[in-house]
Design a protein around this ligand. Structure first.
Ligand SMILES: NC(=O)c1ccc[n+]([C@@H]2O[C@H](COP(=O)([O-])OP(=O)(O)OC[C@H]3O[C@@H](n4cnc5c(N)ncnc54)[C@H](OP(=O)(O)O)[C@@H]3O)[C@@H](O)[C@H]2O)c1
Length: 329
């Protein structure tokens, strides 16, 4: 007999502000409509754009009604399926919503989910959508491929680490900007690390004697001027503002945008399953510790992705990979 799901726990907020506006609440779960399923969320990512929307720094959502849900990426198990379709009860899925993924259950259209490949971990699956689809969109826009040398900023971060590895997978040589502590990490991925900040142009020229053909600035520091000086054609440069626009497009919930986001998610799932990239999870926090997870993210030095879990094996706070590294230094 199919269990019915009447309520769930969600994270939401009634006004813009810092993490303290986030409230954990029990809410009725609406029954799934045609073409929808109920997913029990196992893991769900956090991102800077979630934070910018919550604080009001991102004004594109100013007219959005309250209370607002938080979060757009999730992975979980279908608990009420669509018996006629691909997503039966028990199917492991990865998905996306405009907002409201920071919850124990989501009611979601089957147009916004893909089957989770067996070797993609729950932690990775839950953080895949927004960072990964942004990375693929940016790479598609600059048409990166074999023979290119691309510079990617914040290459150890969530979006940058996926971009850098997929660019390499597509045949490009990749130079990634990072702090000193991430040199070994990027080298392990086959990416040439370069320290950001003063003197970066000369350092990149040394690493790329044949020139640079494309550049993506995720961070918003070493941007258009640097790309111009390196001779990158304007059509093959993407700024941090372009990236913001891409992320906001990926959060639209009209059918065309959802279909595009899901197609990118399907491609990401396949690339992750084939080990074309690995997404390092540097913080895995219980959903109830969402404020600490955002604190970690806002330090701007996380490596890979920060993800929330709804079924933590411990209620103790996660020890961050960064803390281990720095404690040893
Ligand atoms: N324009 C927008 O609206 C917009 C939208 C989303 C994100 N962003 C920004 O883009 C950045 C990366 O995004 P993400 O989602 O990948 O976040 P993330 O995972 O938090 O990125 C953190 C990475 O940023 C790197 N970083 C720190 N200071 C840097 C600097 N001065 N120059 C270059 N890289 C630096 C860090 O490298 P090290 O630890 O090696 O220093 C770290 O690996 C974030 O800072 C975020 O705020 C902007």
């Amino acid at each position: 007999m199919t269990k019915t799901y009447h309520e769930t726990t969600v994270v939401e907020y009634d006004r813009t502000g810092d993490v303290d506006v986030l409230e954990r609440r029990v809410r009725p779960l609406r029954p799934p409509g045609p073409g929808q399923v109920v997913v029990e969320v196992i893991s769900t990512g956090i991102s800077h754009i979630d934070g910018f929307i919550r604080t009001g720094r991102e004004t594109a959502w100013a007219d959005e009604a309250f209370p607002r849900g938080s979060g757009s990426d999730f992975a979980g198990i279908v608990v009420v399926g669509d018996p006629e379709g691909l997503f039966r009860r028990g199917t492991e899925v990865i998905g996306h919503v405009r907002s409201g993924a920071h919850a124990r259950h989501v009611v979601v259209s089957t147009a916004a989910i893909v089957v989770k490949p067996p070797h993609v971990s729950w932690e990775v699956a839950g953080g895949l959508y927004l960072a990964g689809a942004t990375a693929l969109d940016m790479l598609d826009e600059v048409r990166v491929g074999a023979g290119d040398t691309i510079v990617i900023s914040a290459a150890a971060g969530a979006v940058g680490s996926i971009e850098a590895q997929v660019a390499k997978h597509r045949g490009a040589g990749v130079i990634g900007t990072c702090g000193d502590r991430n040199f070994d990490y990027l080298r392990q991925l086959g990416i040439k690390p370069v320290r950001y900040g003063d003197g970066i142009e000369e350092r990149i020229r040394e690493l790329a004697p044949g020139g640079v053909s494309a550049m993506i600035d995720n961070f918003g520091q070493d941007g258009k001027d640097l790309a111009d000086r390196l001779g990158v054609p304007p059509a093959r440069y993407r700024s941090s503002e372009d990236r913001r626009d891409t992320e906001l497009r990926l959060l639209q919930d009209d059918p065309e945008s959802v279909a595009h986001g899901t197609a990118q998610l399907q491609q990401l799932a396949e690339l992750a399953e084939a080990r074309a990239f690995t997404l390092l999870i540097s913080g895995f926090y219980p959903l109830d510790e969402i404020a600490y997870a955002y604190d970690d993210l806002q330090n701007l030095h996380s490596r890979g992705k920060i993800v929330l879990g709804t079924h933590p094996v411990t209620t103790y706070r996660t020890l961050k990979a960064r803390d281990v590294h720095e404690a040893q230094a």
